[in-house]
Design a protein around this ligand. Structure first.
Ligand code: HEM
Length: 289
């Protein structure tokens, strides 16, 4: 059975963010109070303090989400019972947990930071923020539909295939061929300048095929719009692959380094989170629901 995965993820993001936005809006007045004044706002305090009905609830849900995101590394290691589903979908869910969980935990803290548990909080936020960079590096490694990295041979075959379809069926003229050949741009040896070029290209990625389409239209005004779109889409795909192929070793090295930072912070965050829960239980805190 095929699941409407994208639609489910959209619903989850909307649900997560609207829940967080609703409580942040409700509690905004409380969060704005000085710590000493908060207990005086009796009703709000009962609800939104970290141990209050809402504050505690958000902490439990957010904490559970942060634990649930460790299903991704477990799936990566093919632990028993977790050998189903594609890695790319697992990562998508990991990212949802990794964004929504910390957002809910931020509300649970009631913006009151201190003590050893704040190390857990800031480690978690550091991991979360570094995740965005990791996701970018992840996208720089060419992958198949399931999310597994392609081998160099597979990348070369794909580049050749896209090149053939561009040269063949798409009615390319020499003018268009010149444009599409130039599209990937010049890349020097992988280094700071090349990384800068790649970043600049990626930042403008959403409008690049459109810009190329306009240039093609200028040199071949009679070409139907659908053909122009097809050529620019394939040229873009090929250029991305050529660039990714060129940078592969460099990206893999940076990605390995990123793992070295991302993982320990994640484990520190979780270990201290468990200590925090243990201390809270010892201090007499109980399930709030
Ligand atoms: C509290 C938040 C988060 C924690 C604790 C966390 C933790 C982890 C852990 C433990 C891994 C597995 C590393 C490994 O075994 O190779 C991982 C991988 C990864 N995470 Fe997160 N993560 C969080 C949030 C995020 C976010 C918000 C993003 C993206 C926006 C993200 C993107 C990634 C990526 C791209 C990978 C590597 C995938 C791979 O190499 O297969 N993470 N994360």
């Amino acid at each position: 059975m095929r699941y409407p995965f994208r639609a489910i993820m959209t619903v989850l993001y909307v649900a997560g963010f609207s829940t967080a936005a609703y409580f942040a809006w409700q509690a905004a007045g409380y969060y704005g109070l000085a710590l000493a004044e908060r207990p005086l706002a009796t009703e709000m305090h009962k609800l939104y303090k970290p141990g209050g009905l809402v504050g505690h609830g958000l902490g439990i849900v957010g904490g559970t989400m942060v634990l649930a995101l460790f299903l991704y590394p477990a799936r990566k290691r093919r632990l028993p019972g977790l050998r189903w589903g594609t890695m790319s979908r697992w990562l998508t869910v990991h990212i949802w947990f990794g964004i929504t969980g910390p957002v809910l935990i931020t509300l649970h803290t009631a913006l009151k930071f201190g003590g050893i548990v704040s190390i857990s909080y800031f480690s978690m936020m550091a991991v979360m923020l570094s995740g965005f960079f990791g996701r970018y590096l992840y996208s720089m490694i060419p992958r198949g539909p399931g999310g597994d990295a392609l081998s160099r041979k597979q990348i070369d075959e794909l580049v050749a295939h896209l090149g053939e379809t561009l040269a063949g069926r798409d009615q390319t003229t020499s003018e268009i061929a010149r444009l599409t050949d130039r599209y990937a741009g010049q890349l020097g040896q992988p280094g700071i300048i090349t990384w800068g070029r790649i970043l600049a290209f990626d930042l403008t990625r959403p409008i690049r095929p459109w810009l190329l389409g306009r240039s093609i239209h200028r040199v071949a005004p009679d070409l139907p719009r659908t053909a122009v779109q097809k050529i620019s889409k394939r040229t873009h795909q090929r250029a991305m692959l050529v660039r990714r192929r060129r940078m592969l070793d460099s990206v893999n090295r940076v990605f390995d380094l990123w793992h070295v930072v991302h993982k320990p912070f994640a484990y520190v965050a979780v270990i201290i989170m468990f200590l925090h829960i243990a201390v809270a239980l010892l201090m007499g805190s109980r399930w709030v629901f």
